[in-house]
Design a protein around this ligand. Structure first.
Ligand code: EPZ
Length: 423
């Protein structure tokens, strides 16, 4: 079994370069099949989810090469195939192949997607959107069957919840639908803007991404072509390393988290400031120095531009080091609190009630054997190890490897003591 071992209390100093956004790239890769041509993606993180999506594209006869964070996707000979098992079940984002294949082939069969357990994660809004565009949807033997024998047609779709996945999936499906599709109450996350930007560079006609109403004017397959696209920086990876810096920077030292877009993380940065983190926000970086004691703050996650649910777990760890009682509420995933038990194991005073975490700090953390129950919980455990007494052993690290490119190298470069071990 592979585990991360972290020896705590090494002061951090230096620069951490943020990679491209995982949650963008997992939709950009399926979107690339809409071109029937060559799409070159730059700033692509080396993550297991990216490799799994490449394997899926290869099954569709799409050639991929991935070198130096540049992914070349040649979909000139793309072929339809039902994707029932195998790589498709390794990650949740394989559901973007539903939208992309429905657009291109008017048909898709996709095995139930995997991914992190954060409580129930229905995809009813994706399916309702596809139905509204004219697709028939059924579930047979654990796979989604989608088909639109008469083609897809533009439609007005009002989402009950501004779901990131549903917004992207419907946008993908609607690229070739006849007429105009309007997605109302759309999600506004920066990743959605990134995907719309690439689709437009490929010949799609999408306006309004980043607002609550997205309008897609359907175009024919022939109107699409290849493009070169630079993936936006990963705001969640950036926030995770900012938490590491806020709790772990050495006296008289500084940690710069570089290659970011601060406008993508304003709610998070303002909570960091409220908690007393000593930081300078620049155009494309944030520099963090040792803070006077951190202060308790209350946080509620929300859809963009609110405080990202994906940063709730790392930020909870920061709150274990702040003076006083903090309440952190997750309004997106009420059950995203598995990290609470693990932090308790390390000595944090923290409890979970319904969709809140109640944290009383500051706590001295002790190294322990802990589990990365999901991606961001795992990141919180690694960060906890950085400030704990002794050695922390993080199990189930495959969750962490789904979302953090070269995490060991990035943390080692700034002075942390973390390594991979086979036990
Ligand atoms: C995306 O998941 C991200 N994943 C998640 O990142 C992130 O936590 C989430 O957005 C929220 O920002 C990817 O981009 C691959 P949603 P997604 O649809 O699209 C409910 C990470 O750590 N809902 O916006 O699945 C749902 O249950 C992760 O990187 C429905 O009820 O999130 C949730 O409560 C994990 N029906 C809320 O909406 C639906 O059909 C928001 O989910 C869809 C969603």
């Amino acid at each position: 079994m592979r585990v991360f071992k972290v020896e705590g209390k090494y002061p951090l100093n230096g620069t951490i370069e943020v990679s491209g956004a995982k949650n963008s790239v997992v939709a950009l890769i399926p979107a690339a099949i809409l071109a029937g041509d060559v799409v070159v993606l730059e700033n692509v993180p080396e993550l297991s989810d990216v490799y799994a999506l490449n394997t899926i594209l290869n099954e569709l006869n799409v050639q991929t090469t991935f070198e130096n964070n540049t992914l070349t996707i040649d979909a000139s000979n793309v072929r339809y195939k039902a994707l029932i098992e195998g790589a498709v079940q390794e990650l949740r984002a394989s559901y973007y192949l539903m939208g992309a294949m429905l657009a291109r082939y008017k048909e898709a069969i996709i095995g139930m997607p995997g991914g992190c357990y954060l409580g129930p994660r229905p995809i009813d809004l994706h399916l309702k959107g596809f139905q509204s565009l004219g697709a028939e949807v059924s579930i047979e033997n654990g796979a989604y069957h989608l088909s639109a024998p008469n083609g897809l047609h533009g439609s007005k779709i009002n989402l009950d919840i501004p779901s990131v996945g549903a917004t992207i999936n419907i946008m993908l499906a609607a690229v070739h639908a006849t007429g105009i599709t309007m997605i109302e109450n759309a999600a506004k996350e920066p990743e959605i803007v990134d995907i719309a930007t690439m689709l437009n560079n490929m010949g799609a006609k999408i306006t309004g991404a980043g607002t609550d109403t997205i309008r897609i004017n359907g175009v024919t397959t022939d109107a699409m072509h290849g493009c070169r696209h630079q993936v936006i920086p990963d705001r969640i990876e950036a926030g995770t390393y900012m938490v590491a810096a806020a709790i772990g920077v050495g006296e008289g030292m500084e940690v710069k988290v570089d290659n970011i877009i601060p406008e993508h993380m304003e709610a998070f940065l303002s909570k960091m400031e409220e908690a007393g983190v000593n930081m300078d926000v620049d155009l494309d970086s944030v520099t963090i120095r040792q803070s006077s004691p951190l202060q308790a703050v209350n946080v509620k996650t929300g859809v963009f531009p609110g405080f990202a649910t994906d940063l709730q777990q790392p930020f909870t760890l920061l709150l274990t080091q702040a003076n006083g009682a903090s309440i952190i509420t997750d309004t997106i995933y009420s059950a995203r609190f598995k990290h609470v038990d693990e932090l308790q194991r390390m000595g944090a005073t923290i409890r979970n009630e319904a969709s809140t975490g109640i944290v009383v700090g500051p706590s001295t953390l002790e190294g322990a054997k802990v589990t990365a129950t999901d991606l961001r919980a795992g990141a919180a455990m690694v960060l906890a190890g950085l400030i704990a007494e002794g050695i922390t052993e993080v199990h189930e690290i495959e969750h962490v490897e789904r979302g953090y490119e070269r995490i060991i190298k990035k943390l080692t470069n700034v002075g942390a003591k973390i390594w991979l071990e086979e036990i």
